[in-house]
Design a protein around this ligand. Structure first.
Ligand SMILES: *[C@@H]1O[C@H](CO)[C@@H](O)[C@H](O)[C@H]1NC(C)=O
Ligand SMILES: *[C@@H]1O[C@H](CO)[C@@H](O)[C@H](O)[C@H]1NC(C)=O
Ligand SMILES: *[C@@H]1O[C@H](CO)[C@@H](O)[C@H](O)[C@H]1NC(C)=O
Length: 440
């Protein structure tokens, strides 16, 4: 090897190490409870079942212990658990309106006759985990008792019940005390000694007043909601994507193993999204390194939606060990290109067709800013709309990605035979996603 090359290898080696150090220091800022090292996967009742407490008239769909037991059963029987979905999560409207004589939260006795501990035992017996819901303020959003003034009591109660995740809402709270409240609960959970994943809504409630401190949020929570609740509609999913893209420089760097931005639930398998739109939500939630918390009826879901939610290639992108959130990197001709750096120098590229008229349209792959990692060659796999090995490509490839209106094509790009290992990964340590030719 000539001296010049050796020097070059050394230089790239040093830069690679520097990249690794940057990566490791990012991870060190996360809440130190060893949880959510990958985006959380599971099921959460809110979007589909809301605050349905009418068990007399609607016993099959009301918020009651049997709803979570049936979901847990379905998760094991229908391949969800095997695909990686693990948490069965309760949202608002589970408690009694009164705390007990010791000031502890208690489940509504009619709808949860055996109590939450027994429900947790049941969910654990299936090899799954149980999530519960509370609120940092005086009341929950639906008017049940909030945890303000009771953080240690409630943390202790949840730990004693064997709860594995807490979704902590932010209604009925003075916004100036949000940070303090969320941090106090984080400490209270830690003090119990139990492993309880901590899902926050701190930034969502702080944004109307000021830009939240994402360093502090990442130190406090395992994931955090930033923006409005998802609805069962394409306009809702689009508004979440738009909000995320327009705040990506602020929020995306704070995502990584141990802490994630949460764009809210997957509504795939419900009523409001076409199949193409469902594919878009799945692909882009994977690109955003979002928690994959489905809110649907697992007892009755259409096979195509189920197949999409269990697509192991998309889940592999979501759960990629590098743990970097993707960015919207280009807007071209009513397409959006979103890209997420993956482990082993790979890249996931999603192409969303936002022209909601006409038929499928094509985008030359070279329009994706990240395509430059295909050098000198790369292997391309298409994951959506159909799985297809696209073979070896070059930077000048004339590959055209075809996408249905409001659908998304999802690809992975694996560079081949770079002379200097670490070179591409280095590129992604310093993502400069702003490209002159593309409007972001
Ligand atoms: C509590 O925090 C400490 C220090 O950050 C950490 O080492 C420990 O694992 C945490 N315990 C739990 C149960 O999260
Ligand atoms: C948080 O804890 C501190 C220290 O115990 C306390 O002074 C403060 O009032 C608490 N804040 C909230 C919102 O509970
Ligand atoms: C944000 O939070 C971090 C960690 O708690 C803190 O060190 C930093 O000073 C805060 N930044 C601002 C601008 O308040």
């Amino acid at each position: 090897m000539c001296g010049k090359c050796r020097a070059k290898v050394k230089m790239y080696g040093a830069m690679f190490l520097l990249g690794l150090i940057i990566l490791m220091s990012r991870a060190a800022e996360a809440l130190d409870n060893g949880l959510a090292l990958k985006p959380t996967m599971g099921w959460l009742h809110w979007e589909r079942f809301m605050c349905n407490i009418d068990c007399d008239r609607d016993p099959n769909n009301c918020i009651s212990e049997s709803l979570y037991m049936q979901m847990a059963d379905a998760m094991v029987k229908e391949g969800w658990k095997e695909a990686g979905y693990e948490y069965v999560c309760i949202d608002d409207c589970w408690p009694s309106h009164q705390r007990d004589a010791q000031g502890r939260l208690q489940a509504d006795p009619k709808r949860f006759p055996r109590g939450i501990k027994k429900l947790a035992d049941y969910v654990h017996s299936k090899g799954l985990k149980l999530g519960i819901y509370a609120d940092v303020g005086k009341n929950t959003c639906a008017g049940y008792p909030g945890s303000l003034g009771y953080y240690e009591t409630d943390a202790q109660t949840f730990a004693e019940w064997g709860v594995d995740l807490l979704k902590f809402d932010g209604c009925y709270m003075d916004w100036k005390l949000l940070g303090e409240g969320y941090m106090n609960m984080s400490k209270a959970l830690n003090k119990t000694g139990a492993s309880i994943l901590y899902s926050c809504e701190w930034p969502l409630y702080e944004w109307p007043f000021r830009q939240p401190n994402y360093t502090a949020i990442r130190e406090t929570c395992n994931h955090w909601r930033n923006y409005a609740d998802v609805y069962d509609s394409w306009s809702s999913v689009k508004s979440i994507l738009d909000w995320t893209a327009s705040h990506q420089d602020i929020i995306a760097p704070s995502a990584g193993p141990g802490g994630w931005n949460d764009p809210d639930m997957l509504v795939i398998g419900n009523f409001g999204l076409s199949h193409d739109q469902q594919e878009s939500q799945m692909a882009l939630w994977a690109i955003m390194a979002a928690p994959l918390l489905m809110s649907n009826d697992l007892r009755e879901i259409c096979p195509r939606s189920k197949e999409l939610l269990q697509n192991r290639h998309i889940i592999a992108i979501s759960q990629d060990p590098l743990g970097r959130q993707g960015y919207r990197t280009a807007k071209v001709e009513s397409f959006e290109v979103w890209e997420r750096p993956l482990s082993q120098n790979r890249l996931a590229i999603a192409v969303l067709n936002k022209q909601e008229i006409g038929g499928p349209r094509g985008l030359p792959i070279q329009a994706a800013p990240g395509w430059k990692i295909c050098s000198p060659k790369c292997n391309v796999t298409q994951i959506l709309p159909q799985y297809k090995e696209m073979g070896v490509q070059t930077p000048n490839s004339n590959l055209v990605v075809s996408v249905n209106p409001s659908g998304t094509a999802l690809l992975t790009v694996t560079p081949i035979s770079s002379n200097f290992p670490g070179r591409q990964s280095l590129h992604w340590q310093h993502p400069s996603f702003k490209h002159k030719n593309n409007i972001l």
